[in-house]
Design a protein around this ligand. Structure first.
Ligand SMILES: Cc1cc2nc3c(=O)[nH]c(=O)nc-3n(C[C@H](O)[C@H](O)[C@H](O)COP(=O)(O)OP(=O)(O)OC[C@H]3O[C@@H](n4cnc5c(N)ncnc54)[C@H](O)[C@@H]3O)c2cc1C
Length: 328
C-alpha cells in the first residue's frame, strides 16, 4: 500500500496529487504527493514527459500540490510498503475541545498510532454542544494484537469503542457510504466543502467559532466535521501551503446541500475562510471557496513565483486549470 491514503479511494490519482492528499497516516508520512517517485505527464504545451526529483525536477515539483496548472498526470509511481493484515481501530471520546486537542498533539508528536484522525460530533450533554472523537488505528498481523494499555493508558478520553478490521476493508471504508448515499441520491447533490489548515495556537478559537456559527448549523444535522493534527516537518511538497508552526490541524467542514441551497453555504465558506485566515489559517484547496487572483498569490506566498515560472514555461497559453481563477 502507499504510506498515505486519503479517506476516499474513488478520487482521481492526478486530482489527489494536485491538491497534495491528506489522510490518517499524514502525521507520520506527510502527503500522498510526498510518496511519489516519478510522474508521467502531458504539459499544457503538449509535451509528454517523465519527471522526478532528478529529471525535470522543477516540473515535478510544480505538478505536486500544483492544482493542475502546468500538466496533466497520466501515470504516477508511488513508494509502497507491505500492507498489514489487520488494523485495530479505537474511537476515543472527549467532552471538551481542549482535552481533545491536548491528546491529539501528544499522539501526533509521538506517532504511536499508524493512523490518526478525529472528528467533532454533535452532542446534547456537553458544554459547547459538541463531542470530540479521536480515531486512532494500530496495524497488526493478527498473531500479536496491539497492547491497548500501553497505547491508551496516558490519554484522557471518557468513553471508547474498539474494533478489529481487515486492512483493505478499513482503507476502503468510504465505499460503503458511497453506496448508501448514491442510493438516496445525496452523493449527487452539491457538496460545498471547506477544508482549512489551522495553526495550533488559534485552532481552538477557529473551531469553536465555526461550530457555534449559525451559518454552519446544518453541520449538526447533515454534515461531517474532521479535525486532526499534522506535523509540518512531514509535509514536503514545496507547493503545499501550510500555516506556521510544527503542529497544524486539518479542519474539514463537509456539508451536503439540497438542490438550490448551495449558494449561501459557499458564501458562509468565504466568510469562515476570511476569519480563519486572519488567525493564520491556510486553505487546503479542495474546496467550494471563491478565491481571487490576489487570494491565490497570498495563498502560495513565496511559492507563487515558482508556480508562475512553471506555468509560463509548460502552459504558456493557459489551457490548464482555468477554473481556479488564478488570473494568469
Ligand atoms: C468523498 C471524498 C472524500 C475525500 N477525502 C479526502 C481525504 O481524505 N483527503 C484529501 O486530501 N482529500 C480528500 N478528498 C478531496 C480529493 O482528494 C480532491 O478533491 C481531489 O482533487 C479530487 O480528485 P479529482 O480527480 O476528483 O479532481 P478534480 O476535482 O477533477 O480536480 C481537482 C484538481 O486536480 C487537478 N487534476 C485533476 N486530475 C488531474 C490530473 N490527472 N493531472 C493533473 N491535475 C489534475 C484539477 O485541475 C484540479 O485543480 C475527498 C473527496 C471526496 C469526494
Amino acid at each position: 500500500a502507499p504510506p498515505v491514503l486519503t479517506d476516499y479511494l474513488g478520487a482521481g490519482v492526478g486530482g489527489v496529487l494536485s491538491v497534495g492528499g491528506l489522510g490518517g497516516a499524514s502525521h507520520r508520512h506527510g502527503l500522498v504527493a510526498d510518496s511519489v517517485l516519478e510522474l508521467e505527464v502531458v504539459t499544457g504545451a503538449g509535451e509528454h514527459l517523465v519527471c522526478s526529483p532528478e529529471r525535470h525536477g522543477a516540473l515535478f515539483h510544480a505538478v505536486l500540490a500544483g492544482l493542475g496548472q502546468v500538466a496533466v498526470v497520466v501515470r504516477a509511481t508511488l513508494r509502497l510498503y507491505p500492507a498489514p493484515a489487520l488494523v485495530r481501530r479505537h474511537c476515543l471520546y472527549y467532552p471538551g475541545l481542549d482535552a481533545y486537542l491536548a491528546d491529539q498533539r501528544l499522539l501526533a508528536t509521538d506517532g504511536r498510532f499508524a493512523y490518526l484522525e478525529g472528528q467533532a460530533r454533535p452532542a446534547e450533554d456537553t458544554a459547547d454542544g459538541w463531542t470530540y472523537m479521536v480515531e486512532a488505528v494500530a496495524a497488526h498481523r493478527g498473531t500479536a494484537p496491539p497492547d491497548d494499555r500501553t497505547l491508551l493508558g496516558d490519554l484522557s478520553f471518557t468513553a471508547s469503542e474498539t474494533e478489529d478490521l481487515g486492512y483493505a476493508e478499513f482503507a476502503n471504508r468510504v465505499a460503503a457510504d458511497e453506496e448508501v448515499l448514491s442510493a438516496t441520491g445525496e452523493w449527487f447533490h452539491p457538496h460545498p466543502w471547506l477544508n482549512l489548515l489551522l495553526p495550533d495556537d488559534t485552532a481552538a478559537s477557529v473551531v469553536t467559532g465555526v461550530l457555534t456559527d449559525p451559518a454552519f448549523r446544518d453541520l449538526r444535522e447533515n454534515g461531517l466535521v474532521l479535525l486532526y493534527p499534522l506535523l509540518t516537518r512531514t509535509l514536503r511538497a514545496p507547493l503545499f501551503r501550510r500555516p506556521r508552526g510544527e503542529i497544524v490541524h486539518l479542519l474539514a467542514l463537509l456539508r451536503t446541500a439540497a438542490p438550490g441551497t448551495a449558494d449561501p453555504m459557499v458564501a458562509a465558506n468565504r466568510t469562515a475562510y476570511e476569519h480563519a485566515r486572519a488567525k493564520g489559517a491556510v486553505a487546503y484547496p479542495a474546496n467550494a471557496l471563491p478565491m481571487s487572483p490576489g487570494d491565490w498569490r497570498e495563498h502560495y506566498g513565496s511559492g507563487w513565483g515558482t508556480l508562475a515560472e512553471a506555468k509560463g514555461r509548460h502552459d504558456p497559453h493557459g489551457v490548464l486549470g482555468r477554473g481556479h481563477g488564478m488570473g494568469w
